[in-house]
Design a protein around this ligand. Sequence first.
Ligand SMILES: NC(=O)c1ccc[n+]([C@@H]2O[C@H](COP(=O)([O-])OP(=O)(O)OC[C@H]3O[C@@H](n4cnc5c(N)ncnc54)[C@H](OP(=O)(O)O)[C@@H]3O)[C@@H](O)[C@H]2O)c1
Length: 356
Amino acid sequence: MKAIVFEEHGDLDVLAYTDVETPEPGPGEVRVAVEACSLNYHDVFTRRGMEGIKTPLPMIPGCDAAGRVDAIADDVTGWSAGDRVMVDPVQWNDDGRILMIGDTRWGAYAEYVIVDARQLIALPDEVSAIDASCLPVAYGTAHRMLFTRGRVEAGETVFVLGASGGVGTCCVLLAKMAGAHVVAAAGSAEKCRALEALGADETVDYSTDDIARFTRERTGSLFAGGGWDVVVNFTGGDTWTKTLRMVKRGGRLLTCGATAGFEPKTDIRFIWTAEMDIRGSNGWQRDDLEALVAMVVDGRLQPVVDTVLPLSEGVEAMRLLEERRFFGKVVIGNSASCGEFRLRRNVGQGIGETAQ
Ligand SMILES: NC(=O)c1ccc[n+]([C@@H]2O[C@H](COP(=O)([O-])OP(=O)(O)OC[C@H]3O[C@@H](n4cnc5c(N)ncnc54)[C@H](OP(=O)(O)O)[C@@H]3O)[C@@H](O)[C@H]2O)c1
């Protein structure tokens, strides 16, 4: 089969679009013909190599797959060739080991991916492979972070940093759905306009504005009731220091990632002064994914997809992600998915062609 493979950690030039042997399903496993695979920043971390995490090499990236059941091990029941499925990226083993496609098992930047049959989620006809491929990592994480951990409620103010990416756009959509007042922060005026079209009540471009000063101007001094009820920060690095100054007294600071660095400076005086809760959120549970599929079926949620590129352009797809030249999700699709996407119009679609 064709796949995007890396044999050593490094920059984009370690990726190769090449032929590898089509894998066969082992006991309990199913082979899925990939119709769409959405990219996540996690793919960049995996390719570069993450401190404390051992990636078996060679590796095929890609955690988020949707497609059709292609081959089934003899001991697997309940699935038939051709069934439409979305893959829960995480494989929970009976011995407690956790594996994940595109991380510790070969992923879905490929024509086929092997998964444990327990990772399959049946896909209703109303949900396209493109949309389904956006749901697990980014949308599942946003859903758990905002609702299970963050307890976001109608009428609250929610500030989302990094709002233009996969997790970020979903946070905007879900917080709006919950009835919150959403303030979305992104790195260009064009991305801010796209976030407004998506429903954000206010936007701030952090390439030109200081988000802590913006917060003070919009909500007043922290000592006089200023700040946001909920601040979402999965960017980390220097932004962590700033967002500590943006949480209202008794508010919550939510985090699920650290794109720009995981050892930022913390002025702990803001934590006690604001009596804030800092809540970590990690990944998703199966019920997050099922809830998201149901939202797409009943039309409440439309994943935001910037681009769908063929597998042969998988390296370019990762470049768009890494260079932040996209809005929402970048997807690698088979020919049917690429064709379907050409007929579809999304908010922010094609930002990658112009934004730098
Ligand atoms: N714990 C978990 O289970 C879990 C699950 C999913 C994701 N995450 C983490 O959440 C973070 C976001 O993931 P994602 O897939 O949504 O990423 P993404 O689609 O690449 O979006 C991240 C956005 O953050 C902004 N950004 C700010 N500083 C950045 C920097 N130094 N490098 C890159 N982007 C930067 C960019 O928007 P602008 O161009 O507008 O600045 C970018 O579009 C990542 O750190 C990821 O590892 C964690």
